[in-house]
Design a protein around this ligand. Structure first.
Ligand code: SAH
Length: 251
């Protein structure tokens, strides 16, 4: 699958009302495409200003269907349709304890925080210190002060706040990290792009049954940045070819 074509960086020109118009049009488009159904996810996408989670040189492109580069070694804000693509099959809802792996811009965490509400919890883990700091600034400026941001290897999840009702891994992994399945509540769901034997990334939904067994469903082919492991971390079951580690963006 081809990578994404990133638009050229430029000084921002669009006004707040132009962005608001783009945001409403994008939400209508996602609904018309059948990607967006949940009223809570819709309200969240209408509320969170995506342009405030994009570096200034890409701000004008905030609602275009491309992933945009972020500070850090290999981070992007996923393209707008990624969020309902993940959160609709997850059934993300009011009161959920939600874990995101790959904070990126913080936008996905902000949207999730709107969906889960005051009674829920959002924890987001990011490996790259520069990306983590960028997300922290964005979330603070936007007023999301109770999102728990963790700097570290998302492979290990965040046992201190487990169990989670819903988990989203926003980077492509060779296998679903077992600690994340362990940290999933009974009846919980996890979604992740999983690399298959042919090197394709398949968006995969895992449900944990009451008896602890898991059910896996393959949803569609996608293209995300790779879930990286820090130097010295135990290898995953299959080694990731170097070509897959390039900045690929996300669908
Ligand atoms: N959800 C983000 C987009 C994430 S892009 C958003 O809404 O903007 C994928 C992110 O995963 C990148 O920021 C990358 O640095 C991060 N990442 C890669 N490997 C990781 C790991 N092992 N643990 C945590 N984060 C990781």
């Amino acid at each position: 699958m081809a990578g994404w074509r990133i638009p050229p960086p430029r000084a921002p020109t669009r006004t707040g009302s132009a962005h608001a118009h783009d945001r409403e049009r994008k939400v209508r488009e996602l609904e018309a495409d059948g990607l967006l159904c949940s009223p809570r996810i819709k309200a969240a996408l209408l509320k969170v200003k995506r342009e405030d989670f994009v570096p200034p040189e890409y701000r004008d492109y905030a609602y275009e269907e491309v992933p945009l580069p972020l500070p850090g070694a290999a981070a992007t804000i996923s393209c707008p349709h990624s969020y309902p693509l993940f959160y609709e099959p997850l059934g993300l809802d009011l009161g959920h304890r939600f874990l995101e792996i790959g904070t990126g811009s913080g936008y996905g965490a902000a949207v999730a925080r709107e969906v889960v509400g005051n009674a829920g919890l959002v924890v987001s883990v990011e490996l790259d210190p520069l990306t983590h700091a960028f997300a922290r600034g964005n979330l603070e400026r936007a007023g999301y002060r109770d999102v728990v941001l963790v700097l570290g290897d998302g492979w290990h999840g965040h046992a201190a706040a487990a169990p989670f009702d819903r988990i989203a891994i926003t980077a492509a992994c060779e296998e679903i990290p077992p600690p994340l399945v362990d940290q999933l509540a009974s009846g919980g769901r996890l979604i992740a792009p999983v690399v298959d034997a042919q090197g394709r990334q398949v968006l995969t939904l895992l449900t944990k049954r009451a008896d602890g067994s898991t059910l896996r469903e393959e949803l569609c082919e996608v293209l995300y940045v790779a879930l990286r492991r820090p130097a010295g971390a135990a290898p995953t079951s299959r080694a990731a070819p170097a070509a897959r580690q390039r900045r690929a963006g996300s669908r």
